[in-house]
Structure formats: structure tokens, C-alpha cells
Ligand binder design. Structure first.
Ligand SMILES: Nc1ncnc2c1ncn2[C@@H]1O[C@H](COP(=O)(O)OP(=O)(O)OP(=O)(O)O)[C@@H](O)[C@H]1O
Ligand SMILES: [Mg+2]
Length: 266
């Protein structure tokens, strides 16, 4: 069953009277319990697509159905209900520096539920254990490594047992070992918890480890939508180039995305 359906999505930005179509008719679906990787060179529209899928940017045209609900044009109130169905792991991990790792993970639980402090503490411990960070519960984000910060961000993203987890470049800034740890956690969420993962990445080793399906974007269009094998067996020069690792590095996130991140963290 498809838990995410993206149907003919367009996204245009207008600056100084000039309109740019960044996404131009994107369609694909993600089945429940599947990991889909969104791939492509820098500027292809990956982050924009992810932002449209989590409701941080409204689509200009088309449908984005999350667990059956089209989020395009949804009221803020209804969107908040849909937000409970997914978690997001942001590039930086996006932890609040003044709070301990445990308090960061407990934040969405306290915000969205009426659980007692002791119950929240138990839930936090379970999530930290799941990402191998129980020992760091009382540390501050600044006191742990980048890889551990990402894992803490993941623990927070899954704090309310979402059906779907979205990731934007989860291994940005990490070394190969920390990257492999994150990939293993992404696979665990799928196989042990039945979660659905949508991962924007340009790290081909990660794609080989985690992807069931892939969507490759180029200039705002899908140039490949298929299985990992379809990607590896493609003879399209652009795709072969990507598979061989010849791609430009990702750029940093924009301001509106940062605002959305802050909103989610209240
Ligand atoms: N808010 C915006 N206003 C105008 N143009 C934008 C905006 N956000 C993104 N774009 C443009 O959309 C295009 C796609 O950007 P996007 O960040 O989605 O690419 P990407 O595939 O994630 O790239 P990267 O690999 O560098 O992260 C770029 O040309 C970018 O300049
Ligand atoms: Mg990006």
C-alpha cells in the first residue's frame, strides 16, 4: 500500500517578477515499510521536494498525499494532525544547545502528549537506547560528537513513533563510520519497526545500503524512478555519473526551511 503519493507536483518560486519552476511535474509513490532515496546533482530540486513533502513549502500544483491525506492547501490545524504521522531528521540534527540530549528527545513528547514527567523519561530512555545513546542522556549537545548529535536528532524524530521519517542529507558532515551507523539505524527502523523512510542523499554507499526504491531528479524532473537495481543497471550517462560518485556537493539550507525547523522544535 502506498503511504506517500506524489502526483504531478510543481513548485515555482517568483523573485523580482521572475518565475523559476524548480519542480516540474514530479510523480512517484512510497510503499509502507520501504526506504526511498531521493537523488540527484546539486540544484536538482531534492531539498525543495522534501520541503514540499513535509509541508514546509506549499506545492504550486499537484498533490502530496501522506497516509491518504492531500497536504497541499491543508489548514494549519489539519496539517498539525498529519505532522504527528512523520518525523524529520534535519541536516544539523537541530538540537537545542541549552538542553541535555534527553531533554531534547523529550521535547516533542511533552509538546504533543499529556504524559507525566516520569512516563516521558521512560519514553526518552527507550528512544535513546534504540539509537545507542542512553549513556549520553544527561550530556549537552556540544559535549558529544557530530555522529552522536545526528543520532540524538533521530531519537527525537522517532520519539512519537511516526509512520514515516524524512531525512535531508543525514550523513552530511559525518565520516564513513558515523555514516554507516546512521544507515544501520535507518535500516533498523524499517525492519524492526516497519517505518517508511524517505532519504535525500548524494552518498552512493548509503544508497547501496539503504535504498529499496530511488527517485533521481535532474533540473526539477524525475529522470529515474525504480529499484536500486534499476539505478545500478542504468546506462543513462547522467545516472552512471552519479552512481560512480561524480557529483557536486550539496548546498546549505535556506532561511524558510530554518524557520520551519524552529517551528517544529517549539
Ligand atoms: N526559496 C527559493 N527561492 C528561489 N529559488 C529557490 C528557493 N529554494 C530553492 N531554489 C532554487 O531551486 C533549485 C533547487 O534547489 P534545491 O535546494 O531543492 O536543490 P538540491 O537538489 O537540494 O541541491 P543540493 O544538492 O545543493 O542540496 C535551485 O536552483 C535553487 O536555487
Ligand atoms: Mg539540498
Amino acid at each position: 500500500m502506498a503511504i506517500i503519493e506524489v502526483e504531478d507536483v510543481w513548485k515555482s518560486f517568483t523573485n523580482d517578477g521572475k518565475t523559476v519552476d524548480v519542480l516540474r511535474g514530479i510523480s512517484f509513490e512510497v510503499k509502507k515499510g520501504e526506504t526511498l532515496c531521493i537523488l540527484g546533482g546539486s540544484g536538482g530540486g531534492k531539498s525543495t521536494l522534501l520541503k514540499v513533502m513535509i509541508g514546509a513549502h506549499p506545492a504550486t500544483r499537484g498533490k502530496v498525499k501522506i497516509d491518504g491525506t492531500d497536504i497541499v492547501g491543508l489548514s494549519e490545524r489539519d496539517m498539525n494532525k498529519v505532522r504527528r504521522k512523520f518525523g524529520v531528521l534535519f541536516q544539523s540534527g537541530a538540537l537545542l544547545n541549552s538542553m541535555t540530549v534527553g531533554q531534547n528527545v523529550g521535547l516533542p513528547i511533552g509538546f504533543h502528549t499529556k504524559q507525566a514527567a516520569e512516563t516521558i523519561d521512560i519514553m526518552v530512555k527507550v528512544k535513546l537506547e534504540q539509537v545507542g545513546l542512553l549513556h549520553a542522556k544527561d550530556r549537552l549537545p556540544a559535549e558529544i560528537s557530530g555522529g552522536m548529535q545526528k543520532r540524538a536528532g533521530l531519537a527525537r524524530a522517532i520519539a512519537l513513533d511516526p509512520k514515516i521519517v524524512f531525512y535531508d542529507e543525514p550523513s552530511a558532515g559525518l565520516d564513513p563510520i558515523a555514516t554507516a551507523v546512521i544507515d544501520e539505524l535507518i535500516n533498523d527502523l524499517k525492519t524492526k519497526m516497519g517505518m517508511t523512510n524517505v532519504v535525500v542523499t548524494h552518498v552512493m554507499e548509503s544508497v547501496r545500503r539503504i535504498a529499496d526504491k530511488v527517485v533521481m531528479l535532474d533540473k526539477g524532473k524525475v529522470i529515474l524512478y525504480g529499484t536500486l537495481d534499476d539505478l545500478l543497471n542504468s546506462t543513462d550517462p547522467k545516472i552512471v555519473n552519479f552512481v560512480n560518485g561524480h557529483i557536486e556537493a550539496a548546498q546549505t539550507d535556506d532561511e524558510s526551511y530554518q524557520r520551519f525547523v524552529n517551528d517544529l522544535l517549539i
